[in-house]
Design a protein around this ligand. Structure first.
Ligand SMILES: [Zn+2]
Length: 140
């Protein structure tokens, strides 16, 4: 099992854009420092992390797959789209003619009829960086 929480680039102390040579050199350095046979340190977890990172990053294909994984994870964490919400689930406010939907941060997503007419469907929370996609059908 691969642990998605560990950033292999950080483990090796290289840049995301590091070349294979850079990664390889860095790995060799670290292995010399951390190899259980050489170090007095009985904790081998650092060494294991380094060799796991190397296993993933030394191969162009598995590195690409890993890069895509972090990318997808990053998108979720940045809250590009937190949730799809049906317009009917949103609360309509008669006074302001807005539709609101509560964010988990206790902020609100607000979309108004003008936005809907313009075809806007991505709405940001007014308190945090999360966004939702509002699902609705455009009435002509
Ligand atoms: Zn929020």
């Amino acid at each position: 099992m691969q642990n998605g929480q560990i950033d292999h680039y950080k483990t090796l102390g290289v840049d995301r854009l590091a070349t294979f040579e850079e990664i390889k050199n860095r790995y060799r350095q670290l292995v010399l420092q951390l190899h259980p046979d050489k170090s007095q340190n009985l904790d081998t977890s650092a060494y294991e992390q380094v060799s796991n990172a190397w296993k993933v990053l030394k191969d162009a294909n598995s590195r690409l797959r890993y890069d895509n994984e972090i990318l997808n994870k990053g998108v979720k964490e940045d809250g590009i789209i937190n949730e799809n919400v049906d317009l009917e689930e949103m609360e309509f406010n008669q006074d302001t003619l807005d539709y609101t939907y509560g964010c988990r941060c206790s902020g609100n997503y607000i979309i108004n009829e003008e936005d809907l007419e313009r075809g806007v469907d991505i709405v940001g929370c007014d308190m945090c960086s999360l966004k939702i996609r509002v699902l609705y059908e455009l009435n002509e």
